[in-house]
Ligand binder design. Structure first.
Ligand code: SF4
Length: 381
């Protein structure tokens, strides 16, 4: 298998990326929330200037696919308040917000303050460097990609570096400054190489945190997201993290939308259970046990289509297990290890267990064999 191309940067609204089905434009909602007008506007832009498909990324951003008129998209996004002043501000505004924030818990103020601080900053942070505002009663974003995290601690907060076992105490007044100081320490202590770098790797290579990051970190209660009713509204999952513009427009008529990094949307303040195409509303739906990237033909690097196979194999995946079907070794849909992994390589799929896409090398099977005999997925010996 040929090595996939590593681009080392993420698309944005101002910096689209060319893929197999046209341009991809990534939209970063402020505070992880779309008002009803913004959600309707996005759906309309996706229909008029794209192929109508919208991805929800693992960083809770939305990607409009198949864009044919980028200038029209930029103009449309500006009208609904979803565009940054310039590319540098957009790239730096990598902020994940817990979808379980409450009006009075300070999360949205922290998001606004961090947005302003990053826009005013001259820090040369890597494109993938990000922040998580995980300020609910319990942290829920520890498994989501971020380099600097702000979490609730008693009546205040703590700021922690991803991968560290200790944190710095903070208040609403100084939490953002503490986070920015940590970002500056990351840059000045050599965390960035050729424009790339992540906090966890920097610490693993022996970098010692500043002295104020010395409070022992408590283990978080395990969190497992699921469709259903929450105190903040109803969560619905998206098949393969993708939604059609028509479905997004229908959801926009129900409630403002909070974006999550789990391929789910939270319908703010809504207890209605919407039955719309492509939505998963039952927590035991087999489709929640499979992840699959765009694959062919939408991704130019894909060595085969993947989603139909994943959909058909889903009922064969044991409850509690996860099947990852990837279009190439890059494993975009699930960068970590999965219980079962299939990687397209032309006519066949490489099968692996408890591994990342790049390590799937247990055996190899044609798609037709996997569909005719799904127990092949369980032949670990
Ligand atoms: S993993 Fe999938 S989406 Fe990512 S580059 Fe490979 S084929 Fe494309």
């Amino acid at each position: 298998m040929s090595a996939p191309l590593i681009k080392g940067w993420c698309p944005g609204a101002l910096r689209p990326m060319e893929t197999g089905d046209g341009l991809v434009v990534r939209v970063r909602a402020h505070g992880g929330r779309l008002s009803q007008d913004q959600a309707r506007g996005l759906a309309d832009l996706a229909k008029r200037h794209g192929n109508g498909l919208i991805d929800l990324s693992a960083r809770a951003n939305l990607q409009l696919r198949g864009i044919t008129d980028h200038a029209a998209i930029v103009g449309g996004l500006a009208e609904i308040g979803l565009i940054d002043a310039d590319q540098a501000s957009e790239t730096r505004r990598n902020i994940l917000v817990t979808p379980f924030w409450r009006q009075d818990d300070g999360a949205q103020k922290l998001a606004r303050d961090l947005t302003e601080a990053l826009a005013a900053s001259d820090l040369p942070l890597p494109g993938k460097f990000g922040f998580a505002l995980d300020t609910g009663e319990n942290p829920v974003l520890r498994d989501s990609s971020a380099d600097i995290r702000i979490e609730r601690a008693g009546h205040g907060y703590h700021v922690l570096a991803d991968g560290a076992l200790s944190s710095a105490p903070a208040t609403m007044r100084n939490a953002i400054a503490t986070a920015l100081d940590l970002a500056r320490w990351f840059v000045e202590s050599g965390g960035v190489h050729d424009g790339r770098g992540r906090m966890r790797k920097h610490l693993a290579q022996g970098a010692a945190l500043p002295a104020n990051f010395a409070c022992p970190l408590e283990a978080a209660t395990p969190f497992s997201p699921s469709p259903g009713l929450t105190p903040q509204g109803r969560m619905v999952a998206l098949e393969f993290g993708q939604i059609h513009a028509e479905t997004l427009a229908a959801l926009a008529n129900l409630a403002p939308l909070r974006l999550t990094p789990w391929r789910m949307l939270l319908l703010e303040g809504c207890d209605h259970q919407p039955a719309l195409p492509g939505l998963i509303i039952a927590p035991d739906d087999p489709l929640l046990r499979v992840v699959a990237c765009t694959g062919a033909p939408g991704c130019s690097q894909a060595l085969g289509p993947v989603r139909d196979l994943a959909r058909q194999l889903a009922p064969s995946v044991p409850s509690g297990g996860m099947l990852h079907v990837s279009g190439c070794l890059k494993g975009c849909a699930h960068p970590g290890a999965a219980d079962i992994t299939l990687v397209a390589r032309g006519e066949d799929f490489a099968l692996g267990y408890d591994c990342k896409a790049q390590d799937a090398n247990h055996s190899s099977h044609p798609k037709a064999d996997l569909l005719a005999n799904p127990t092949l997925l369980m032949t670990r010996t």
